[in-house]
Design a protein around this ligand. Structure first.
Ligand SMILES: O=C(CO)[C@@H](O)[C@H](O)COP(=O)(O)O
Length: 190
């Protein structure tokens, strides 16, 4: 997870942290850039060893084709995120493109802070995406945990970002297992 302060008021993880993590893990490092100038971060994050690079559709209306191309050239998987107020139709051109994004992140809270309440009304966006693109990776972020995972997974989400519910749990691994099980069970039903 990678946040910056151009789009939201806080600053957390940057390329040096990704570089340090990469020395210790082969795990998928999924970077969500809440920034107004994502293109400036493609080079440093690619070099640092990021796996996924997700930018916001709201700030990339003009240069998304160039951005996707650069992300792929640096060996990362491109993804696009959208805020709760942004219509799902805005990401369709980026999926239908000859050089498409490989993941869509539907924000289920206003971006910026952990610990917010899950917005179930965002599931309509997830359902619309899943119906239109059966094999697309669809990520959800915000308020995900044992009480909301089934709603998200049954709508079609298969990549789950969870902060408070995992880090605040007495047994984080059990919460991760429960959420993974829900995603897998719902995928089997499709
Ligand atoms: O940072 C954000 C939103 O920008 C959070 O949504 C976290 O990415 C997840 O935190 P929880 O909602 O799971 O506490």
């Amino acid at each position: 997870m990678f946040l910056y302060r151009h789009f939201v008021p806080n600053l957390t993880i940057g390329a040096p942290v990704i570089e340090s993590l990469r020395k210790h893990t082969k795990a998928y490092l999924d970077c969500h850039l809440m920034v107004t100038n994502p293109i400036d971060y493609v080079e440093p994050l690619g070099k640092a060893g990021a796996s996924g690079f997700t930018f916001h559709v709201e700030v990339s209306k003009e240069n998304w084709q160039e951005l996707i191309q650069k992300i792929k050239l640096k060996g990362m998987r491109p993804g696009v995120a959208l805020k709760p107020g942004t219509p799902i139709e805005e990401v369709y051109p980026l999926i239908n493109s000859e050089n498409p994004v490989e993941m869509v992140l539907v924000m289920t809270v206003e971006p910026g802070f952990g610990g917010q309440k899950f917005m179930p009304e965002m599931m309509e966006k997830v359902r619309m995406l899943r119906n239109k693109y059966p094999s697309l990776d669809i990520e959800v972020d915000g308020g995900l945990g044992p009480s909301t995972i089934d709603v998200a997974a049954s709508a079609g989400a298969n990549c789950i970002v969870a902060g408070s519910s995992v880090f605040g749990a007495p047994e984080p691994a059990a919460v991760i297992s429960l959420m993974r099980k829900s995603v897998l069970e719902n995928q089997e039903k499709c």
